[in-house]
Design a binder for this molecule. Structure first.
Ligand code: GDP
Ligand code: MG
Length: 164
């Protein structure tokens, strides 16, 4: 492989927003024709090919400031039905910016979009926040899979753009 990349991505956000379920969705991606390996509960790697480039994506779902070491991407997750999980996003962003590499690519994720009837965070609010902060943004559902794969791919493609 003449174009191989290993990208570490961290999942952050309040507990119960769906990080582990998004992680699991990514790990079982049916579109992958490449190998995947599970190394412990909080770490999973999958190799995929994007734009003729081989990418080993290492997804970390762990606590503590050490998590940011070597990370080139971050998924900042809130729950669209839990306003406070969105209200805490600036704090997560602060933590990230204090401890992660300054070039880290960040995507804001509003998860549980299948629970539209319980929505408490309007999509426009999140979009506006993401634009102001220079973050990518998507709503997802780990439950019905909407945008679950797309969210990781969007992040990996943007990381790829920054390294090339
Ligand atoms: P974490 O603490 O952020 O890792 O959250 P989990 O992935 O463990 O999910 C917390 C709870 O939310 C669990 O009961 C999940 O089944 C549920 N959950 C996660 N993602 C979704 C989703 O997209 N939609 C719905 N309806 N429930 C979800
Ligand atoms: Mg979890």
């Amino acid at each position: 492989m003449d174009d191989y990349h290993r990208f570490k991505v961290v999942l952050i956000g309040d507990s119960a927003v769906g990080k582990s379920q998004l992680h699991a969705r990514f790990a079982r991606d049916e579109f992958s024709m490449d190998s995947k390996a599970t190394i412990g509960v909080d770490f999973q790697a999958r190799t995929l090919v994007i734009d003729h480039k081989t990418i080993k994506a290492e997804i970390w779902d762990t606590a503590g400031q050490e998590r940011y070491r070597g990370a080139v991407g971050a998924m900042l997750v809130y729950d669209i039905t839990k306003r406070e999980s969105f209200d805490h996003i600036p704090r997560w962003l602060e933590d990230l910016r204090a401890h992660a590499d300054k070039n880290i690519v960040i995507i804001l994720i509003g998860n549980k979009m299948d629970l539209e009837d319980q929505r408490s965070v309007p999509m426009e609010d999140a979009k506006e926040f993401a634009e102001k902060q220079g973050l990518f943004f998507l709503e997802t559902s780990a439950l019905n899979s909407t945008n679950a794969k797309n969210s990781f791919n969007t992040l990996l493609i943007e990381i790829l753009n920054t390294v090339n």
